[in-house]
Design a protein around this ligand. Sequence first.
Ligand code: BLA
Length: 509
Amino acid sequence: GSVDFSVDLDNCEREPIHVLGTVQPFGFLIALTADWLVSRVSANSADFTGLSPDQMLGQPIGAIFRHEAIHSLRNRITLLRGPDAVERIFSLILIEGVQPFDVAVHFSGSLVVIEAEPACHDEMEASSMVRSMVARLGQTEGMTAFLRDGARQVRALTGFDRVMVYRFAEGGDGEVVAEALRPGIDSFFGLHYPASDIPAQARALYLRNIFRVIADVQAKPVPVVPQLDPSGAALDMSLCLTRAVSPIHIEYLNNMGVGASLSISIVVEGRLWGLFACHHYAPRLPSFAQRSAAELFGQIFSMMLENRERSETAAYEGKARQVADRLMSAVAQDHDLLSNARWLGDVIFDTIPADGVGVYIDGQMSFSGLTPDEPSFAAIVAMLNRAAASQVFTTDRLVGLLPEASAYADRAAGLLAIPLSRRPRDYVVLFRAEQLRSVRWAGNQEKHVEYGPNGPRLTPRKSFEEWSELVRGTALPFAAAERRVAEALRTALLEVVLRLSDSAHEERQ
Ligand code: BLA
């Protein structure tokens, strides 16, 4: 291609995947200037229209397409709203005597981009399917069932062998949190992958364009001609439906033995929450209408998920308030409870899950669950006294602060500390063990493949190993909501502690 960029495993986040200049062979592309002259055509145009790029380039589109087709396209273009809008027209006869096409049209800069593929005539079926999919989803109870049902529905609509719900964590790494499978294939459920498997520019693109299909991983991408316009610019294909994808990602899919891939962005609160990631073990292209339906389903699913997350957060915060009240009134009645680690764990773990708890009051320590031993806890408290302000303190990587903590990462790799007093400080500390403990690998998924030029790195198994390396010595981070709850507990406990010291003061007088 004319885009001078060589990719390898160390610079993939710089690969300009939106200007690679190729389409997949299942459709063709024409780009028009503002005055409707053909300025670019994919090299496969003759396969669909009988007209080669040479016969089209520089021509007014009115000399190629039927008058009625141009009228429909112009109408749709006036409907385009917002910078990232794409309009679709089903079963449009573009050229007299040539089969009808399913067509997508959008703006790329000042160019009108038209993509077309042979029409399928199944729009009604696909749209009624979305209606029943959404109705079923609305009936699921609980997040786990909701996500699993979403995966099942996408599988029913697209017919892909494997449909995963892949959820991003804060740093961009991800986990397969739900899955629907053709019977007889191995599960990826529960697997984690590093952020680099879906590099930052791809995640940014997937926020703008929420649907993509790679219909045939083996298919040779078709160049758009000319690659560069007279000013030297490549065609920005960010919103194209036929965009051919990064060769690095193709190698990854090949190494996994995947024949077709489809993914739909899940966008919640304006952020890329995750993807429906789908694999098929042979080439597969759902119809244009099925793909539109899947995209629509993705949008509705995202909104429903956003609603569910909001009500889960509200329920969680309500529960957290109850825990704070319970803690405050129980400790006010029985002061000794404050130094009873086991009791504290019982009360708190439900809202802030952790593997163990340690309490440090006036030099006295108490422990429950997985925790460091007394000398290590004393060292942690000394570190907290140096580091922490009078607020809740969290780390998911204690070894970064205390190198000797690597000795007990299997029990306490991360912590959340609630200071109970000002100075010298007393603390309730929740510990989380190294997260690898809780993660499993689902067996060797790539037994009979020849690896591509970058070797086995581009496989889920190696990705998982890479992720494992990255998270070694780290715990599952304490989420923002959990820190807020801990802050509420701190305030509640501080109030009791102050009351206690006031009354001790009065007794002494
Ligand atoms: C894209 N990588 C993707 C996509 C997924 C994954 C889902 C979206 C494109 C698609 O729909 O196929 C990753 N797929 C996964 C993961 C699983 C899966 C984690 O099924 C787990 C089961 N990829 C790498 C590495 C690099 C890389 C090491 O693994 C770079 C060094 C690059 N992945 C890469 C690029 C894209 C991508 C560049 C964008 C493809 C495009 O849209 O052009």
